[in-house]
Write a protein that binds this ligand. Structure first.
Ligand SMILES: [Zn+2]
Length: 292
């Protein structure tokens, strides 16, 4: 991916400095214990990756003192390559989604991207790096600990810059769902349907976010021509590596479809590809799809 020198987003909030890190300040913040568990359970359908599985993969994940941000929003330092990359991808999602919304008669509101280390507060509860990147509909922010990209590459077997771009685009896809009202509709079902049914809904939410990541990729490449075939392969591989069946299998657990919250590797690849080929949100209606 030829991303160097392209526009970077102004919507990146860098919390990695003061008060950052796993064991930072305690400023009368809420305790981690129960809150973390609640976030982990509630988050299954929001987070880019099954949080419980990742917790199982990482040693010592989910611990540490709560961190309350005390500094005003900061921009990442200019010489930070990883942050520059994330910021460049975010900027392009802004360009693409602004145009797509405009073409459909709507208005896109940019999400914020919060870079943090270890642990950070969000409107959805305390965010923990061990859960993987996530989007919080309550504050319209994507939360990303850049260390996740090491996990993605080394532990989850999905290396490459475009694998990372896909992860960011997937989370931005959740923001798009929020703007389209999908998130609220699904959330309204909570408590009204069984856990298994809620998991099945979660799978449709997640596959739609994968499809929207594909839609972004389609328009991004049309506009910038900055990808080559190996980039698409990196995203496809990432989608495969974070499929529920693959994650469960790699964690040494039996594959239990009723516990799927994100879809199988095959489904994640196929919905990403559908969005990529069509470039249209209309083709991402996972909720009406008979088979996924
Ligand atoms: Zn997700």
């Amino acid at each position: 991916m030829k991303w160097e020198g392209e526009r970077q987003s102004d919507n990146v909030e860098d919390r990695r400095g003061a008060g950052g890190g796993g064991g930072g300040l305690r400023v009368g913040g809420r305790g981690v214990g129960i809150g973390t568990i609640v976030v982990a359970l509630v988050a299954g359908w929001i987070f880019g990756i099954n949080p419980l599985t990742v917790l199982g993969l990482l040693s010592g994940g989910g611990g540490g003192a709560p961190v309350v941000q005390t500094e005003p929003a900061a921009r990442p330092p200019a010489n930070d390559r990883a942050a520059a990359f994330a910021s460049t991808v975010l900027a392009d999602t802004e360009d693409v989604w602004r145009a797509v919304f405009q073409a459909g008669g709507g208005t896109y509101r940019d999400p914020k991207l919060v870079l943090y280390r270890g642990s950070t507060p969000s409107a959805c509860g305390q965010g923990e790096a061990a859960m993987g990147p996530f989007y919080c509909p309550g504050d319209g922010k994507v939360y990303l600990d850049l260390g996740f990209f090491d996990t993605l590459s080394q532990r989850l077997g999905a290396p490459g810059d475009f694998a990372q771009a896909y992860v960011i685009a997937h989370e931005v896809g959740h923001h798009v769902q929020n703007l389209l009202g999908v998130t609220a509709k699904v959330d309204a079902m909570r408590g009204k349907v069984s856990e298994t049914q809620m998991n099945a809904l979660s799978v449709r939410v997640e596959l739609q976010a994968d499809c929207l990541a594909g839609v972004w990729t389609h328009h991004s490449q049309k506009g910038k021509g900055w990808l080559d075939q190996s980039d698409v392969q990196e995203a496809m591989n990432a989608a495969a590596q974070i499929g529920d069946d693959t994650l469960q299998r790699n964690a040494g657990a039996a594959v239990r479809p009723e516990r799927f919250t994100h879809g199988t590797s095959q489904q994640r690849m196929s919905w990403f590809q559908r969005g990529l080929q069509a470039g249209s949100v209309k083709d991402c209606n996972t909720f009406d799809a008979r088979s996924l």
